[in-house]
Design a protein around this ligand. Structure first.
Ligand code: ZN
Ligand code: ZN
Length: 278
């Protein structure tokens, strides 16, 4: 592999309504940056503020992706559309989101107005199997089973290998196949071990997916209150010990730089860079 690599900024690592409303962890989503290409995934509450704090202005966005119609994933989407379109003056950018987000479905949504949908250059409805590209990043929407029936996960083929992002989903037969071959798999692991939950992943579900999908490395994120009380770092260490796959719990402001190796950089100046695959 050559070039300068690709960055994933974990602007928020919280999930679920209690963490979202208390901001025990931020809920600002993930910014993917490759050269001049910026894609923001799931801009929940705080996305506008913490993007700008991180000097990742939403004006730089080429694409905005909303994986389902829950506010920890969509709340700042309209503001981001206004930023991406140069304050509504330039018809530019891609907005890719589920039917629930764009049109409403089964009593939820829509969460983005017709006015905002009309501002972007490209509007795409995401359903299982939808493929689209943003410059040289090739996305596929994966099946997710969650309380929003339209929910999707994502798989991104990049010049540095493929990245998976489950978004919110319960475990189901076949979930892992969609993430086979991933260099990095991001698991939205809301609850810790021994806390069964249908519409989200807990650490036990994460273990099954890791054993089945066998990514080269894994980052846990989207933590709920129970997970934060149990300690995401301990859950990550457990998964790493069980699977032999490097597993790290994301922190707010952490950056994963993906090139010949994957290097994690914490948000503090004193944080030492950590390489999680060679
Ligand atoms: Zn969520
Ligand atoms: Zn959700």
């Amino acid at each position: 592999m050559t070039g300068d690599g690709l960055d994933l900024h974990f602007l928020g690592t919280g999930g679920g309504r209690h963490v979202m409303t208390s901001q025990m962890r931020r809920t600002a989503g993930i910014r993917l940056v490759h050269d001049d290409t910026h894609v923001h995934i799931d801009p929940g509450p705080g996305a506008l503020v913490f993007s700008n704090w991180a000097q990742l202005s939403p004006r730089k966005l080429n694409a905005l992706i909303v994986t389902h119609c829950h506010p920890d994933h969509y709340s700042d989407a309209e503001v981001f559309v206004e930023a991406m379109t140069n304050g509504t003056h330039t018809k530019r950018g891609l907005l890719a989101a589920t039917t629930s987000v764009l049109e409403g479905a089964e009593g939820i949504g829509p969460s983005i107005s017709d006015y905002h949908k009309g501002l972007v250059r490209d509007l795409l409805t995401l359903e299982r199997g939808t493929k689209f590209s943003v410059n040289d990043l090739d996305f596929t929407a994966n099946e997710a089973r969650h309380s929003d029936p339209n929910s999707v996960g994502l798989r991104v083929e990049t010049p540095y290998g493929s990245i998976g992002y489950t978004s919110d989903t319960g475990y189901f037969e076949g979930v892992s196949e969609q993430y086979l071959g991933n260099r990095l798999l991001i698991l939205c692991t809301v609850w810790p071990r021994s806390n069964p939950i249908n519409i989200h992943l807990n650490t036990d579900d994460a273990l099954r997916i890791l054993e089945e999908a066998k990514p080269k490395a894994c980052i846990l994120t989207h933590f709920g209150v129970r997970m934060l009380r149990a300690g995401p770092e301990g859950e990550a260490a457990y998964l790493q010990e069980k699977t032999g796959i490097p597993v790290v719990a994301a922190r707010d402001g952490m950056k994963a730089h993906i090139s010949d190796v994957i290097t994690l950089q914490g948000p503090r100046k004193t944080d030492e860079p950590m390489i999680i695959d060679a």
